[in-house]
Design a protein around this ligand. Structure first.
Ligand code: ADP
Ligand code: ADP
Length: 233
């Protein structure tokens, strides 16, 4: 589903020349997998995640998602392809002056959907994440876990094959973390959405992931199988 071939990324640091955030590495993520990216702060996890949808352009290598080589696409085609890759952020990134429903509707409005189709799909997505009764609330009226479930509903709106989640539970307490992890697992199981999740928490890897890559100083140290990825604890 996701094929990274020899991708690398370096940044220019003021007065210090170039700094390599991701060394050339290759990674294959299968359809329907929940795949973790783990490692200490600064390991390159977030950069690697953003290389998957080309929010960061790799300096070398190629990125393919669902059979499409994103690194070879023109800007308009890439915009189109990105609509089928959902993204979930640590700080939710909701629009404060829009209701829950309008936040979920936003990517569909940008994609040019008709109003009636948007309303139907928004209602479906809010049902999936269990927030139907919060449709007309504003983000400030929600708990952290609810905000993140809005973020997940928004990521799901355009029926993506892939969702990229960057530390989705790091701003949450353990109880709400559980509801967000269950929500992601449910979406993976029901719709076979491939999920790539960045986390520094081993418990998140254990509870959610099928496999995980360990990164350290921009290098891919190993890819591990995670057994028994059920949310029991
Ligand atoms: P992680 O997600 O594992 O904490 P990141 O991918 O965010 O790691 O960052 C990896 C390294 O790249 C860090 O040293 C970080 O400072 C650096 N870095 C990340 N983004 C940028 C940027 N836009 N400009 C310069 N350096 C960056
Ligand atoms: P804004 O004024 O910020 O654009 P709107 O209230 O017009 O917000 O809503 C934006 C979109 O969200 C609309 O296109 C509408 O289809 C959708 N929407 C709003 N409320 C609901 C709801 N309760 N259920 C489903 N969709 C909704």
């Amino acid at each position: 589903m996701i094929v990274l071939e020899q991708v690398s990324k370096r940044y220019r640091h003021r007065d210090q020349g170039w700094f390599t955030a991701v060394e050339p590495l290759s990674l294959h993520i299968k359809a329907g997998e929940i795949f973790g990216l783990m490692g200490y702060s600064g390991a390159g996890k977030s950069t690697l995640l953003r290389l998957i949808n080309l929010l960061e352009r790799p300096d070398s290598g190629s990125v393919s998602v669902d059979g499409q080589t994103l690194t070879a696409l023109s800007a308009p085609s890439l915009r189109q392809a990105r609509q089928h890759i959902g993204m979930v952020f640590q700080q939710f990134n909701l629009l404060a002056n829009r209701t829950v429903a309008a936040n979920v509707a936003f990517p569909l409005e940008v994609a040019g959907w008709q109003r009636s189709d948007i309303e139907r799909r928004v209602a479906e997505c809010l049902d999936i994440v269990g927030l139907t009764d919060r449709a007309n609330h504003y983000p400030a009226q929600l708990s952290g876990g609810q905000k993140q479930r809005v973020g997940i509903a928004r990521a799901l709106a355009a029926s993506p094959k892939v969702i990229l989640a960057d530390e989705p539970t790091s701003a949450l307490d353990p109880a709400t973390t559980r509801s967000v992890l269950e929500c992601l697992l449910d979406i993976n199981r029901r719709f076979n959405v491939t999920i790539v999740i960045v986390t520094h928490e081993m418990s998140v890897i254990r509870r959610l992931c099928d496999r995980a890559a360990l990164l350290h100083q921009g290098k891919l140290l190993e890819v591990i199988d995670v057994k028994d990825n059920q949310i029991h604890a």
